[in-house]
Each structure stands twice: as structure tokens, then as C-alpha cells.
Design a protein around this ligand. Structure first.
Ligand code: 13P
Length: 251
């Protein structure tokens, strides 16, 4: 039995005081809804305030990226050890916006993932095809390749601390959503590739989220699909009632 994981990716939104206000607003709404894990991934400087506000609740706070070196001359970067020391449990790695705007590749995504795991963090590993790839009919090959490259050298034991977020790039922030069937099919493809790499039993344990314009209206149908074990939510994670409705859909 896989457990639903409903995660918000705040992206570059919410100052510390805004995050405090938001967590205080959503905390009572999601209280006692323990049928899923609830995570918000905050900007680095906002993590502390969000964690403080979430204390004692069923809300966990994560980060949105991490560097792969332990320390040193990497201006502007944050290490896994730093995140771990302040009590961060989850980190997003490989988000398409990192890949698109900041030159992330499957190689650096893999390095970051290994560094995060080595420090004891749990990883929300994002991958997904762009519009041209879907239109060209090569989605399965693209996500299959990303899965293999991003997980290269990672053991089955380590995989237990990874959640894969399937995020079709054309559906992110566009209001376009993959149909529940498309989401289910592609999450299934990722699971099959993981089964090839690690065996079916391990693949059946892996949590695979869908991300890309998931909202209060479409969440229930997406989450009803066999291979969709949760959501990674951008825009709707900034609005308490909308995010709460997605949590409800996972109950
Ligand atoms: P939207 O929900 O705003 O489309 O963003 C999805 C996403 O990128 C989550 O990481």
C-alpha cells in the first residue's frame, strides 16, 4: 500500500512572514487529515519561519534545491548538511524550472540526489517531457531516459528515500493538465523503468506524484489513478482552501 504524498512547491513565493501567515491559515484546515503526507517546499530563507509555524502539526517543510558538493567555493549554493542541520526532511531536485532556466542536467540532478541522500534527506525528484516531445510521441523514451540517468548509481535501499514527481513541462503553470489517463500511463512507464532497474517489488513501493496544474477541481480524478500516488503542486499550493481541497481528495 503506497501512501499519498501531497506536496506544495511554493517556488519563489512567500517571504518568511507570508509563509507564517499561510501555515497558520492552513494548519487548522488540514489538521487530523493523516491519510497523506503533507509537505511544503519553501524558498531557503523562508524555511525557518515555515518550520516554526508548522511545529506540532502534520505539515512538513522541505527545500527546493540543494548543491552536490559538501562545502566550499560555490557562491550562492546551499549544502545538504546545512538543510539537514536546520531540520529539513525533504528537498525537491531536478525541477523543470531548474533544468530550463538554470542549466540543470540529468547529470547534476543525479549528483544532487546522491548528495541529498547521503546527508539523510528525502528527495522529490522531478522529471517530465516538454511539449514537443509529447507531440513527437517520444514521452515514454524521454521519461525513461531521465529516470535511468537521474537514478544512476542509487541503490534500492536509497530509493526508499526518493519520491518521483512526474511533471510534464507543458502542464506546469499553464493551466493545461495531463488527463488522468496520460498521468496514469506516464507514471506507469516510470514505474516500469524502475521495475527494470530494481525489480517489481521495489517499483511497487515507489511513490510517484503527478505535477502540472493540479488543483482543487482536478485532483480527485488524477489521484484516483493507480499509478498516481500524490501531487506536487505549484500555484494551488499558495491558496489555503485550494490546497486543502487537494488534501481532502487524498483522504
Ligand atoms: P503548477 O501547479 O503551478 O502548474 O506547478 C507545478 C509544479 O511545477 C510543481 O513543482
Amino acid at each position: 500500500m503506497r501512501r499519498y504524498v501531497i506536496a506544495g512547491n511554493w517556488k519563489m513565493n512567500f517571504t518568511p512572514s507570508e509563509a507564517t501567515a499561510f501555515i497558520n491559515e492552513i494548519k487548522p484546515l488540514v489538521e487530523g487529515k493523516n491519510n497523506c503526507d503533507i509537505i511544503f517546499c519553501a524558498p531557503f530563507v523562508t524555511i525557518g519561519a515555515a518550520m516554526e509555524a508548522a511545529k506540532g502539526s502534520n505539515i512538513k517543510i522541505g527545500a527546493q534545491n540543494v548543491h552536490f558538493e559538501e562545502k566550499g567555493a560555490f557562491t550562492g549554493e546551499i549544502s545538504a548538511k546545512m538543510l539537514k542541520e536546520i531540520g529539513v526532511e525533504y528537498v525537491i531536485i531536478g525541477h523543470s524550472e531548474r533544468r530550463q532556466y538554470f542549466g540543470e542536467t540529468d547529470y547534476t540532478v543525479n549528483l544532487r540526489t546522491k548528495a541529498a541522500l547521503a546527508a539523510g534527506l528525502k528527495v522529490l525528484l522531478c522529471l517530465g517531457e516538454v511539449k514537443e516531445e509529447r507531440l513527437a510521441g517520444i514521452t515514454n523514451e524521454v521519461v525513461g531516459m531521465q529516470t535511468k540517468l537521474d537514478l544512476a548509481g542509487i541503490s534500492a535501499e536509497e530509493l526508499k528515500n526518493i519520491i518521483i514527481a512526474y511533471e510534464p513541462v507543458w502542464a506546469i503553470g499553464t493551466g493545461l493538465t495531463a488527463t488522468p489517463e496520460q498521468a496514469d500511463e506516464t507514471c506507469g512507464v516510470i514505474r516500469d523503468v524502475v521495475a527494470d532497474l530494481y525489480g517489481r517489488e521495489v517499483a511497487e513501493e515507489l511513490i510517484i506524484q503527478y505535477g502540472g496544474s493540479m488543483n482543487d477541481k482536478n485532483a480527485a480524478e488524477l489521484l484516483s489513478k493507480t499509478n498516481v500516488d500524490g501531487g506536487l503542486i505549484g500555484g494551488a499550493s499558495l491558496v489555503a482552501e485550494k490546497f486543502n481541497a487537494i488534501v481532502d481528495a487524498a483522504q
